[in-house]
Design a protein around this ligand. Structure first.
Ligand code: VNL
Length: 391
């Protein structure tokens, strides 16, 4: 079907069903679109586990409405996410779309959220521009510029003068590269080379060799969740540390889902991010314990916390509207909402619908025989810096 034809069918469908929808629905449906297979399946697995745990702990009734979660595997392919979102809106008549494991998947779906007036809760994808693509998008993950400024500041203050950046070549990588360079050079540092590695089947060795040739004090890395183990392995094999090159990163690289299996090469890596399974708070202890009990051999990572908080946002918004699941009312209710997440205090910026949260500077250390990102400094209530600069 051509795009225009499709939209016509979609709108006709909405009109027909509109009357039925206007009647008080007793069930509120959440369509959760996730990569459950393919190279980013760990993201889907983490978010689904967290969403189910949230419902298990908080019940499936909110303000008199029954919550139904419909999980669909988009395999990490944008066209599939878009098609599934269309089906969920038209056929299942979902009240909320959620998930979005990667930036292209969120961007592809934004027009559907707008057309259908259905909130889309971004639980994973982290390119700054995503929330600007639809007034119905709210985000409970993070943005790369938000996460990156922490490590750029830390590097500048800790004797690192010359850096090579190495990022995955798509939205969040470009955001990380730009945010690092801006912040680090403003503080007097120098970026000697900016390397971009393909998203599909990445091979880091040739890029690591180029990084080594530039003789930097540190290599700054962003790769999406799940890919960090390969970076670590190749960083160790190439022996960059022997040349005195430190690895610094966003916490996507030292992802809790895979960190413990990386081995000693990860020890001492300083990075910044919004969530660590080692975050010290009663809320996080309860979250990690329950997550581990419900999911054998799994430690929650930042994707899980994005899924948990996304569910919390929907539940709280429904409470605020007294169970009215009208999309426009729900997204309005989400604006300005604040709560204590397992990651720490968070809120939804009422202007941008993006999450405001602490960014922690962490160092990979062994705790009780396992590798963790141990937080040692905090930047409080950080907004997405790209949007904050425009506000
Ligand atoms: C994205 C950003 C994906 C950060 C990630 O892992 C991540 C994205 C899958 O925006 O595509 O760690």
């Amino acid at each position: 079907m051509k795009r225009r034809q499709f939209l016509a069918v979609l709108l006709a469908g909405l009109g027909l069903f509109g009357a039925a929808a206007a009647q008080a629905q007793q069930t509120v449906k959440i369509g959760l679109l996730l990569p459950m297979t393919g190279p980013f399946a760990s993201t889907g697995r983490q978010i689904e586990a967290a969403a189910r745990l949230y419902m298990q702990q908080n019940g499936n009734m909110v303000a008199g409405k029954k919550i139904e979660l419909i999980v669909k595997d988009d395999t990490g392919v944008a066209d599939v996410t878009k098609r599934l979102a269309q089906e969920l809106v038209v056929t299942e008549r979902v009240n909320v779309l959620a998930g979005f494991g990667l930036t292209p998947l969120a961007l592809a779906t934004a027009p559907i959220a707008t057309q259908a007036k259905v909130p889309a809760i971004v639980m994973a994808a982290a390119t700054s521009i995503i929330t600007e693509q639809s007034p119905y998008i709210a985000r409970t993950s993070f943005t790369l510029p938000q996460a990156t400024v922490g490590i750029a500041d830390w590097a500048a203050k800790n004797g690192i003068k010359k850096v090579v950046t190495m990022v995955t070549d798509y939205g969040p990588g470009h955001d990380a590269e730009k945010a690092f360079k801006e912040r680090f050079t403003k503080a007097g540092g120098q970026v000697a080379a900016e390397l971009r590695v393909p998203l599909q089947n990445p091979e880091f060795a040739p890029f690591l060799q180029r990084a080594r040739d530039a003789k930097p004090d540190a290599l700054f890395v962003f790769v999406p969740s799940g890919v960090g183990a390969l970076v670590m392995k190749q960083f160790a094999e190439r022996e960059l540390a022997k040349d005195g090159i430190r690895l610094i990163a966003t916490g996507d690289v030292t992802d809790d889902d895979i960190l413990n299996k990386m081995g000693d090469v990860a020890l001492g890596v300083v990075n910044s991010h919004h969530y660590s399974a080692a975050h010290k708070s009663p809320e996080n202890k309860a979250f990690v314990d329950a997550f581990r009990a419900a999911n054998k051999d799994m430690r929650p990572n930042f994707m899980a916390v994005g899924g948990w908080d996304g569910m919390h946002l929907v539940y709280q918004a429904l409470k605020k509207t007294n169970g009215d699941a009208d999309g426009t009312k729900l997204i309005e209710a989400m604006k300005g909402m604040s709560w204590t997440s397992p990651r720490g205090p968070v809120s939804i910026d009422p202007q941008t619908r993006d999450i405001v949260q602490n960014i922690y500077i962490r160092k990979v250390e062994k705790v009780d025989g396992e590798l963790y990102n141990v937080e040692f400094a905090t930047l409080e209530a950080v907004k997405d810096p790209v949007k904050a600069a425009k506000q």
